[in-house]
Design a protein. Structure first.
Ligand code: BGC
Length: 291
């Protein structure tokens, strides 16, 4: 995402903005090392911090901006947990395999894998280059396949450790509302997210007998660097709110709360599902008055 600022600047408090609840994390992930891809900014960073606050040691994966990955690791250590920072491009098989090897050597095993790394390369269909298509599919979809395949190998190798969790492992795939909402000008991105839906569901079906749970989170508009232009002016924010029945932008911590629950035994009977965390964006807001 070289074309956008790495850290989302704070938007001016928009007119009518609702407060975001800050809810403490229960200690439900103690002893469960987690790996989060793309953990040095935006949603990935919040998820890494949330998992750590709930008790997990965390592998902070990044591909560029090592200093921000170190910052996230530093905060994790501040929560009393361990963190290691590993550089890997999730679209590259050898790098993903090497990352898991290093992570497992450091933490002994992994119980939670969050395939989160993602990007956008927006363009109208007719101007979209093959490179823009391949980059987005490579990171967003192939990257999730490679990450979760390696996680499955480790979860199956270790099996259930009842002292730690009733499941052999938990996978969370970061999807989007655009796994169901078509998105003109973003066919590469929407296709990658649609692909994640069936990747996640098929993995869930295949791995359920092994007590490995696989779920997705479908964020709506969340205040992160990926979509700065959608919220960083009052006009943009107002236009965005026409798509959000709950009338506030999502914060990365909204996603982190969902991830902690999906990663914990509190959601033990939940597999193969997508939890939309979107303020109602998938509720066809245009039909609130029309139809
Ligand atoms: C995209 C954002 C967008 C949001 C809602 C996300 O998956 O990355 O750019 O604002 O969906 O449309």
């Amino acid at each position: 995402m070289s074309d956008i600022p790495h850290k989302a600047p704070d938007a001016p408090a928009p007119e009518g903005a609702r407060p975001v609840p800050t809810v403490p994390y229960p200690q439900i992930l103690l002893g469960q090392p987690a790996l989060v891809t793309g953990a040095n900014s935006g949603i990935g960073e919040a998820v890494a911090l949330g998992l750590a606050q709930a008790g997990a040691d965390v592998v902070v994966n990044y591909v560029s901006h090592p200093e921000s990955a170190e910052e996230v690791a530093h905060k994790i250590v501040g929560f009393g947990r361990k963190a290691i920072v590993i550089k890997a491009d999730v679209s590259k098989e050898d790098e993903v395999i090497a990352m898991f090897k290093q992570a497992i050597t450091a933490f002994g095993t992994l119980h939670i894998s969050v395939s989160n790394a993602g990007l956008q390369r927006d363009s109208s269909l007719i101007d979209m280059t093959l490179e823009q298509w391949n980059t987005v599919i490579g990171v967003n979809l192939t990257g999730q396949f490679l990450t979760q395949r390696e996680a499955a190998r480790e979860f199956l190798r270790r099996g259930i450790d009842e002292k730690i969790s009733v499941a052999a492992g938990k996978m969370i795939c970061m999807s989007s509302v655009h796994q169901v909402i078509p998105w003109a000008g973003h066919v590469n991105y929407a296709s990658s997210k649609g692909g994640i839906k069936l990747l996640m569901e098929s993995m869930a079906q295949e791995l359920a007998p092994h007590r490995i749970r696989v779920n997705a989170i479908g964020p709506g508009a969340i205040r992160t660097p990926i979509n700065t232009s959608a919220w960083n002016t009052p006009e943009a924010y107002e236009s965005l709110m026409t798509l959000v029945p709950y009338k506030r932008i999502g914060e990365p911590s909204d996603i982190a709360q969902a991830a902690v629950w999906l990663a914990s035994d509190n959601s033990d009977y939940v597999t193969g599902t997508t939890m939309f965390v979107d303020g109602g964006m998938t509720l066809y807001p245009g039909f609130a008055t029309g139809g």
